[in-house]
Design a protein around this ligand. Structure first.
Ligand code: NAD
Ligand code: UGA
Length: 463
C-alpha cells in the first residue's frame, strides 16, 4: 500500500520530533500530529519556533521546514484518524499510581483510550503502530479492543518502538542505529510491515531497518533501556567504591571502555539517571517478570533502580555531612534541573530528589537552569507530595542569572551537565559566595584543577 497519510496520537517528546522528521524526509506524505492538550498543540503551532513545547537542538528548523506544508499539529483527533492510513500511538505510558501494579506496572489507560477511539472512528482498514513503550504482549490487548469495538474494518498492529534520546533526538531520528518494526507473521502482517519499512526507507538505509515478530519488538525496547540504565548503575556502584579506595571512576571508566567488548559509551558516573523512561521501563520489566513468577529475573533488574536511588540519596547526604551536618537556612545553588543537558524535560530528574532531601533539612535552594522555569521546578517538587506548595515556594527560588543564583550561597551542586556551566567566570562566582565555598559536582563536569586553584572545596563523583 502506498502511504500518503499518517497520523500520530500524542504530540510529546516522541510524537513531535519523530513526526517532524518523517514529514521532512517524506514530502509526499501528509503527517498530522494530534493531542488532547490544546495548549501543547497551540505551542507546536506557534509562529516562533523557539516556543514549541519540546526543546531539542535543531528541532525548530525541522518543524519550520514542513509545518503547514505536509506537517500539521491539531486537536481534531477523530478527523486525523479517519483520514490516515497509518496511525502511530505515541501517548504517555507512565508508571501506575493506583490499583494493582501501583508503582510498578505501566499505566495503559491512555493507550486503551486511543485504541477505542481508533476503533470507533475508522471506516476503512488501518495500520496501527505502537510507538509508545509498552509491556510485551500489549499488541494483543489493542487488537482485541479494535476487533471487538470496530466497524468491521481490518486492523494490523505493528510495534515500532522509538530509541531516540532526548537532547539528541533530531540526530538520532535522522541517522538511527536501527529502526525496529515488529508485526504479525501472516501475509497481511508482512504487508503492513513492508508499508512502514517503505516510509523509513526514504532516509534510513535498508540494512538498518530490522523486522521481527511483535513480541520481540515490544520486549527489545524494554531490554534496550534496561541494559542502558544498568550500565549507569554499574558505573555508579563503582564510583562509591572508588571514593573509598583512592581509585578514580573516570579513569576506571576509560580503562574498561577501551575494551571493545565493553565500549566507551554510557559509562559516565553521575548523581543518578533520570528521565521519563529508564525507571518506568525497568519497573515495568520487573512487574512483568514477577507476573510470570520469574523472581530472580525481577530482583536482578530491580537492583538497577535500587542502586540509582542510593546514588541520588548519597549525593544529598554527602552535601549535608560536608557542610558540617547542618544546612538549615543555608543557600545552596543548583546548576541544572533538567534530567540531562540539551532538553527542557525534567521528569524523574535527580535534581528533584536531591532538592527534596535538602529541603527536608531546611536548606534554601536556588535553581538556575537555562531551559527550565520556576513553575516547572515547583510543580516537580509538589508532585512528590512531601510538603505543601507554599512550603516548597518558601524554600525554593529560581534565577535567570547564574551569578545571582550563586551569590551568597554556601555551596553549588551541579545536577545537569549543560556545556555552558564549564565556561562561567568561576572566580566571580567564588568571590560572591560564603566561605568556605563548596562545589559538589554531580556530573564530573568542571575542570577540577582550575576550580580547586580558585579556592573552592571541590568534590566530584567517584574520586
Ligand atoms: P509525553 O508525555 O511527552 O507525550 C504524550 C502526549 O500524549 C501528551 O501530550 C498527552 O497529552 C498525549 N495524550 C495522552 N492521551 C491522549 C489521547 N487519548 N489522545 C490524544 N493525545 C493523548 O510522552 P513522551 O515522552 O513523548 O513519551 C511517549 C511514549 O514514548 C512513552 O511510552 C515513552 O515511554 C516512549 N518513549 C519516550 C522517549 C523519550 O525520550 N521521551 C523515547 C522513547 C520512547
Ligand atoms: C533513554 C535511551 O537512551 C533512549 O535510547 C530511549 O529511547 C529513551 O531513554 C526512552 O525510552 O525514553 P533518555 O532518557 O532521553 O534516553 O536519555 P539518556 O541519554 O539515555 O540519559 C538518561 C539518564 O542517564 C540521564 O539522566 C543521563 O544524565 C544519565 N546518564 C546517561 C548517566 O548518568 N551516565 C551516562 O553515561 C549516560
Amino acid at each position: 500500500m502506498k502511504i500518503t497519510n499518517i497520523c500520530c496520537i500524542g504530540a510529546g517528546y516522541v510524537g513531535g520530533p519523530t513526526m517532524a522528521v518523517i514529514a521532512q524526509k517524506c514530502p509526499h506524505i501528509k503527517v498530522t500530529v494530534v493531542d488532547l492538550n490544546e495548549e501543547r498543540i497551540a505551542r507546536w503551532n506557534d509562529e516562533n519556533v523557539d516556543n514549541i513545547p519540546v526543546y531539542e537542538p535543531g528541532l525548530g528548523q525541522i518543524v519550520a521546514h514542513s509545518r503547514g506544508k505536509n506537517l500539521f499539529f491539531s486537536t481534531e483527533v477523530d478527523k486525523a484518524i479517519d483520514e490516515a492510513q497509518i496511525i502511530f500511538i505515541s501517548v504517555n505510558t507512565p508508571t501506575k499510581t493506583y490499583g494493582s501494579g501501583k508503582g510498578m506496572a505501566a499505566d495503559l489507560k491512555y493507550i486503551e483510550l486511543c485504541a477505542r477511539q481508533i476503533a470507533r472512528v475508522s471506516k476503512n482498514d488501518k495500520i496501527v503502530v505502537e510507538k509508545s513503550t509498552l509491556p510485551v504482549r500489549t499488541a494483543e490487548a489493542i487488537k482485541s479492543i479494535l476487533d471487538n469495538t470496530g466497524n468491521g474494518v481490518q486492523f494490523q498492529i505493528l510495534s515500532n518502538p522509538e530509541f531516540l534520546a532526548e537532547g539528541t533526538a533530531v540526530e538520532d531520528l535522522l541517522s538511527p542505529d536501527r529502526v525496529l518494526i515488529g508485526g504479525d507473521t501472516s501475509q497481511e502482517g508482512q504487508r503492513a510491515i513492508q508499508s512502514l519499512v517503505d516510509v523509513y526507507a526514504n532516509w534510513v538505509p535498508r540494512e538498518r531497518i530490522l523486522t521481527t515478530n511483535v513480541w520481540s519488538s515490544e520486549l527489545s525496547k524494554l531490554t534496550a533501556n534496561a541494559f542502558l540504565a544498568q550500565r549507569v548503575s554499574s558505573i555508579n556502584a563503582m564510583s562509591e567504591l572508588c571514593e573509598k579506595t583512592g581509585a578514580n571512576v573516570n579513569e576506571v571508566a576509560k580503562a574498561i571502555g577501551m575494551d571493545s567488548r565493553i565500549g566507551p559509551k554510557f559509562l559516565k558516573a553521575s548523581v543518578g539517571f533520570g528521565g521519563s523512561c529508564f525507571q518506568k521501563d525497568i519497573l515495568n520489566l520487573v512487574y512483568i517478570s514477577k507476573s510470570f513468577g520469574l523472581n530472580e529475573v525481577a530482583d536482578y533488574w530491580e537492583q538497577v533502580i535500587i542502586m540509582n536511588d542510593h546514588q541520588k540519596r548519597r549525593f544529598s547526604k554527602n552535601i549535608v555531612s560536608t557542610l558540617y551536618n547542618t544546612i538549615a537556612d543555608k543557600k545552596i545553588a543548583f546548576l541544572g534541573w533538567a534530567f540531562k543537558k540539551d532538553t527542557n524535560d525534567t521528569r524523574e530528574s535527580a535534581a528533584i530528589y536531591v532538592a527534596d532531601d535538602l529541603i527536608n533539612e531546611q536548606a534554601k535552594i536556588a535553581v538556575y537552569d537555562p531551559k527550565v522555569d520556576y513553575k516547572q521546578v515547583i510543580s516537580d517538587l509538589n508532585y512528590l507530595e512531601t510538603r505543601s506548595d507554599d512550603q516548597n515556594k518558601k524554600l525554593v527560588t529560581s534565577y535567570n542569572d547564574v551569578y545571582e543564583a550563586c551569590a551568597n550561597s554556601h555551596a553549588i551542586a551541579v545536577l545537569t551537565e549543560w556545556d555552558e556551566f564549564k565556561n562561567y567566570d568561576w572566580q566571580k562566582i567564588y568571590d560572591s559566595m560564603q566561605k568556605p565555598a563548596f562545589v559538589f559536582d554531580g556530573r564530573n563536569l568542571l575542570d577540577a584543577q582550575k576550580i580547586k586553584e580558585i579556592g573552592f572545596i571541590y568534590q566530584e563523583i567517584g574520586s
